[in-house]
Design a protein around this ligand. Structure first.
Ligand SMILES: [Zn+2]
Ligand SMILES: [Zn+2]
Length: 291
């Protein structure tokens, strides 16, 4: 890794179903290294700060949190990020949270649920004289503008994805040092995601094994088929934009119950000839600019 690298770390490769080895959905996009590095957390699923700690970082290091949609498994630990950022920084350091319309209301309610804790800590700690400072930016498509004191080296844009009936939902694109990566979140193939991927190098896509889920005789499982992508569909999206790398995450059902990494990779490889990255939590991929 160098000061010019754009890296993807799969912090949580799990799903709504608790898994002893996979944290909930969360992906870290890092640009550069050292004190000037920028770190963007995309979604904040179960256990995200444990995995972030394992990656050598903490809530104070986050340049911004970006939320793809408001499904509970993607925001389970957003309250933990808000609180931990607040109590582990020693001067007022606002946490920037970017997400689709509706994010502000969710954050307001999270903070309301934390009111007793906020009161205890302000009363108990002499040097803590402010509430959790949070800046929420709601987005739908186009450039994402962060506050002046946040980031600056990474160009971030977003576009609408299709996770209906979950609306709105967005994907994000990060451009740094000539390389670019798109984080799709949960979506079926759609024009908004294609536009984000155009000219990019890598795509991080959540996936489910529809061939396995489709055989489970439970309506609640069947319901998940129509608003997620299979590895084949994610691969088709990557192929359409001629990307170099496809990074799959959010494995449903979890491995190894649903097969090996090679089994999953083979499903995508039928439709995409670039690199296909699959891994455990903390799997890291360096995204290189195309030569
Ligand atoms: Zn979802
Ligand atoms: Zn999901």
């Amino acid at each position: 890794m160098s000061e010019k690298d754009l890296t993807v770390t799969l912090l949580g490769t799990g799903s709504p179903m608790p898994d002893p080895n996979r944290a909930g959905p969360a992906t870290l996009i890092s640009a550069g290294e050292g004190p000037d590095a920028e770190h963007y957390l995309v979604d904040a699923g179960r256990g995200v700060l444990m995995r972030l700690a394992a990656a050598g970082l903490g809530a104070p290091n986050l340049t911004a949190v970006l939320i793809t949609h408001l499904h509970s498994d993607h925001i389970t630990d957003l309250n933990d990020v808000i609180t931990t950022r607040w109590v582990m920084t020693f001067e007022e350091t606002p946490l920037t949270i970017v997400g689709p319309v509706g994010t502000r209301s969710v954050v307001d309610h999270l903070i309301a649920s934390l009111e007793p804790d906020i009161g205890y800590r302000i009363a108990h700690h002499q040097d803590l004289d402010h509430r959790p400072p949070v800046t929420v930016i709601e987005v739908s498509e186009g450039a994402v503008e962060l506050p002046d004191d946040r980031g600056g080296n990474v160009a971030i844009s977003c576009g609408q994805t299709d996770h209906k009936p979950v609306e709105p939902s967005v994907g994000f694109r990060f451009d740094f040092g000539g390389a670019s990566v798109v984080t799709a979140g949960d979506t079926v193939p759609c024009a908004g995601l294609d536009a984000l991927c155009s000219g990019a190098d890598a795509l991080v896509h959540t996936v489910i094994r529809k061939d396995i889920i489709g055989d489970i005789p439970l309506q609640r499982m069947q319901d998940t088929l129509d608003y997620h992508s299979s590895p084949a569909q994610a691969a088709q999206t990557a192929a359409k934009s001629d990307l170099a790398t496809l990074i799959l995450t959010h494995y449903v059902p979890a491995m190894p119950m649903s097969g090996t990494e090679d089994d999953w990779r083979a499903l995508a490889a039928e439709h995409f000839s670039g690199d296909i990255e699959i891994g455990d939590d903390l799997h890291r991929v360096v995204v290189k600019p195309r030569s």
